[in-house]
Design a protein around this ligand. Structure first.
Ligand code: HEM
Length: 411
């Protein structure tokens, strides 16, 4: 495999990457692309950034735009018939200035470092409650499914608390978000969006109802804050933008953090000496989480479109080109990280690309980091004999791969 990978044409490497085999171990294919440069031309109109500096520069380049309604119109005339695409396109993630800047200013008020830090006691409480739940399920030695029973439940409880959704709604969110996030995988699989559209319709009517309730009875939560800003002029949101951004917050808020927790535990199993340190050295938590983000990026890629000819660190990118920004590849760039394929939580100055960069830098990054820094050490301390129980399984996804199942025994 390795020898073949070394001689692969970029187009061949990219084809392997989007096939199920490649998706299971993309890192060898990222290195195969890297053989051809850090910003590789795959075919006319398509390039891929695999270097750390090139990914970072591409994300900060104002003339490289995110896919928005205008670029969808050019590429996929039928995209509006898919509610999943339509509603995500109303959100910050798929908007460019001036819409992006207007919506982002309002939303970022909810994610200031102070507001996130205030959530810490609640996150500790939720973590401990879920650890009790794991103990109840598995203290007699019965295997417990970590993803379903913990890794999913913590982030959904946290974002649920922020948004102000009732506990009993969280039960159906997982399946709905699982389905709707297929629409964030890039729209080349446009034919597979039926389930995503159904899930989007359900989530959109749920949030439309919640918006109505909060309009009548405001509460101290994010939905009320966004509704208030919608109504008080200045930075206005349309109703559709409110709905699109709330679905985005729910989906981005836990689909990704769930997998950060899954990767963090998997890496603890694979690196028992580091797991032992994480149990006893509270100061290691931040470095452990940063290295988990670098080594096993929850979001592997994003993309941009060149609205004009641009130069990215010396490589010309012609107008109209789609640039795949392979964050997970940039995180393993040997020019940026010595021994990039080594998991080393003591690495100085990690700064992974995992939350993106520039104008669309992840709004929830401080929250996701906080959740993982609290949850992983507490989990390992609570269950000193925590161990894998059989083989883990993985989702068949290109952008957010992650575990499907990670069975464990809690001892
Ligand atoms: C480990 C967890 C997470 C990872 C790896 C992650 C990753 C990312 C990445 C890579 C982007 C940028 C996409 C681009 O530039 O095209 C992004 C944007 C975003 N993320 Fe996250 N995210 C995580 C958690 C969260 C959480 C917890 C929230 C909210 C509660 C959140 C909300 C958002 C939003 C709203 C955007 C869009 C920002 C914009 O377009 O201006 N994310 N995230």
């Amino acid at each position: 495999m390795t020898e073949h990978v070394m001689t692969m044409h970029p187009r061949e490497a990219m084809a392997a990457l989007v096939a199920p085999e490649g998706r299971r171990d993309p890192y060898a294919l990222y290195d195969a692309l890297r053989e051809h440069g850090n910003l590789v031309r795959i075919k006319p109109g398509l390039m891929a950034a695999v270097g750390y500096a090139e990914c970072s520069r591409a994300l900060r380049e104002p003339r490289l735009l995110v896919q928005d309604a205008k670029s969808h119109d050019l590429l996929y005339p039928d995209w509006r018939s898919h509610s999943s695409l339509r509603r995500f396109t109303d959100s910050v993630l798929y908007s460019n200035p001036p819409d992006h800047s207007r919506m982002r200013r309002v939303m970022s008020r909810a994610f200031t470092p102070r507001r996130v830090a205030e959530l810490e006691p609640a996150i500790v409480r939720m973590t401990d409650r879920l650890l009790d739940h794991l103990a109840e399920l598995g203290s007699d030695g019965t295997p417990v499914e970590f993803m379903a029973e913990f890794a999913y439940r913590l982030p959904v409880a946290v974002i649920g608390e922020m948004l102000g959704v009732a506990d009993d709604e969280r039960v159906w969110f997982r399946a709905a978000v699982e389905d709707v996030t297929v629409a964030l995988e890039g729209i080349s699989g446009i034919a597979r969006l039926d389930a995503a559209d159904r899930a989007m319709d359900e989530l959109a009517s749920y949030f439309a109802r919640l918006i109505g309730q909060r309009r009548r009875h405001p509460a101290d939560d994010l939905v009320s804050a966004l509704v208030a800003s919608h109504e008080t002029g200045g930075e206005r949101f349309s109703h559709d933008e409110l709905v699109g951004n709330l679905v985005l917050l729910l989906a981005a808020g836990f689909d990704t953090t769930t997998h950060l927790l899954g990767h963090g535990l998997q890496l603890a199993f694979e690196n028992p000496a580091q797991a032992a340190r994480l149990r006893t050295e509270p100061a290691l938590a931040a470095g452990y989480v940063e290295e988990t983000l670098r080594f096993a990026a929850p979001v592997h890629a994003t993309s941009r479109f060149a609205e004009a000819d641009v130069d990215v660190l010396g490589t010309p990118v012609p107008a109209g080109t789609k640039v795949l920004v392979l964050l997970a590849a940039g995180n393993r760039d040997p020019l940026r990280y010595p021994s990039p394929h080594l998991f080393d939580p003591d690495r100085p100055d990690t700064q992974p690309l995992s939350f993106g960069a520039g104008a669309h830098f992840c709004l929830g990054a401080p929250l996701a980091r906080l959740e993982a820094r609290i949850a992983l050490p507490r989990l390992l301390r609570r269950f000193p004999r925590l161990a894998p129980a059989g083989a883990a399984t993985y989702r068949d996804r290109l952008i957010v791969p992650g575990h499907e199942r990670l069975p464990v025994t809690v001892g």
